[in-house]
Ligand binder design. Structure first.
Ligand SMILES: Cc1ncc(COP(=O)(O)O)c(C=O)c1O
Length: 446
């Protein structure tokens, strides 16, 4: 990392090292083989500002992955901070069963206006939104007297979270294998991933749509919903695909009476260039799952938006026909205020600014496009990705470590190097990102 701004006397244990020791002793870190940290230290972060993170010794690190794809307008964003602080003086949290509050009402109204989906059901993290959408879909069919429609279909290499229900529709072996006996079987259909099949993106989308058609024809009687990540299967290694697939999927789901669940937990809020990726296909799903950028990366909140038609399936005198799902922190007012401030920031001007940032970063990243060991250069909105020509199973870890030495937070997925930065990169940050990535890549491939 760069810019060491503090000095240390000989014999001092740095604040960083102390935090590392305590964290390893007491915190079980997510998505991590903890033994790895015997040889590869954690990075203790004490503050953030814009696209930058700072460790306890004052070194800075460019957050090129937006803190697991959550952060939109940078760390310590004044408007989001002010909104949360203002809400703290009013009410920090109150249960949403039997009670309501203005932040959750306004957020639901604004999301409805943006998506055309007028009923908002809240959860906490992305996986809880997936769970809600799956349960709501099956329950809606049940309430309509069609309980046999309770199966799900998803795409090869798709990712929808890691709680047991969400993992059942996630197709990433590393996350699934140990839990296979706990998971409910669900169908895994051909991905429209433009890299697959040796044809162009529309042709692969059409091929995958034909596979979906054939599968639905045979299985629609027992299928509640198809769940997809619109335009980019992020955890699959930024697998991008043509919007044609979404249009065909929408039409096929209508024809076979199967719900379409759009998981825009990672792709929502401007990440693909439009506010929501579904806009690029001109479709409206039956369920839209949102989280991550929903609060600008400040607080955990997720939401499932759905239609009048689904809502009506539950509206009844009988309690059990209602959607009796809950989480304690559903619709937390602080998180809703962070989300409202984020929506204020994400106006059309912000999307236009992103197009300018993206053009500058794409230009600077030509050196990566031309790199002899990188293939499949691809980009959509504020996502860039390349696949390294390597069989090294440790490429991702090596590249991550080498990037840290360059003052850069990168987390390659398998052999895919990608950028998913906050929407606040200036030219200095762009230069730092590209130069550091090239050096980290060459070091990891050496
Ligand atoms: C498309 C998608 N769905 C669901 C999730 C799960 O979200 P969370 O990690 O907040 O549970 C993720 C997380 O990366 C995601 O990318």
């Amino acid at each position: 990392m760069t810019r060491r701004t503090t000095t240390r006397e000989a014999g001092d244990v740095s604040r960083n090292e102390e935090l590392l020791r305590r964290s390893r002793a007491a915190v079980w870190h997510p998505c991590t083989q903890m033994k790895l940290h015997e040889s590869q230290p954690l990075v203790p972060i004490v503050r953030g500002e814009g696209a930058w993170l700072f460790d306890a010794d004052g070194r800075r690190l460019l957050d090129a992955v937006s803190s697991w794809w959550t952060n939109l307008f940078g760390h310590a964003q004044p408007r989001i901070k002010a909104a949360i602080a203002d809400q703290l003086d009013r009410i920090e949290h109150v249960m949403l069963a039997g009670l309501t509050h203005e932040p959750v009402i306004e957020l639901s109204e604004r999301l409805a206006a943006l998506t055309g989906l007028g009923h908002a059901f809240y959860g906490s993290d992305g996986a809880s939104a997936t769970e809600i959408a799956l349960k709501m879909s099956a329950h809606a069919w049940h309430n309509r007297g069609r309980s046999h429609k309770n199966g799900f279909a998803s795409l090869a290499n798709g990712y929808h979270g890691e709680t047991v229900g969400a993992l059942s529709v996630t197709d990433i072996a590393l996350f699934r294998t140990a839990y296979a006996p706990l998971l409910r079987p669900s169908a895994v259909l051909m991905s429209p991933d433009a890299r697959a099949g040796g044809v162009d993106a529309p042709a692969q989308a059409e091929r995958a749509a034909q596979a979906l058609d054939a599968w639905l024809q045979a299985h629609h009687e027992h299928t509640a919903a198809l769940i997809v990540e619109p335009l980019v299967q992020c955890a699959a290694g930024m697998a991008m695909y043509d919007p044609l697939y979404l249009r065909r999927a929408r039409a096929l789901c209508d024809r076979y009476e199967v719900h379409l669940i759009a998981d825009e937990i990672a792709t929502g809020f401007g990440r693909t260039g439009t506010r929501f990726a579904c806009e690029q296909a001109g479709i409206r799903p039956d369920f839209l799952c949102l989280s991550k950028g929903l609060t600008g990366g400040y607080l955990p909140l997720s939401v499932v938006l759905t239609t009048e038609e689904i809502y009506d399936c539950f509206y009844d005198d009988e309690t059990a026909r209602g959607f009796l799902h809950s989480h304690s922190y559903t619709g937390n007012p602080l998180a809703c205020r962070a989300a409202l401030a984020t929506l204020d920031l994400l106006d059309d001007a912000a999307l236009a600014t992103n197009r300018c940032i993206a053009a500058r970063l794409s230009e600077a990243a030509r050196a990566l496009d031309r790199h002899p060991r990188l293939m499949h250069a691809r980009r959509l909105g504020m996502i860039w990705a390349w696949d390294a020509d390597t069989d090294d199973p440790h490429f991702a870890q090596r590249c991550h470590r080498a990037a840290l030495d360059e003052g850069l937070l990168l987390r390659p997925i398998g052999r895919t190097l990608y950028f998913m930065p906050p929407y606040v990169l200036d030219d200095e940050a762009i230069g730092h990102l590209v130069r550091g990535s090239l050096r980290a890549l060459d070091s990891a491939l050496a």
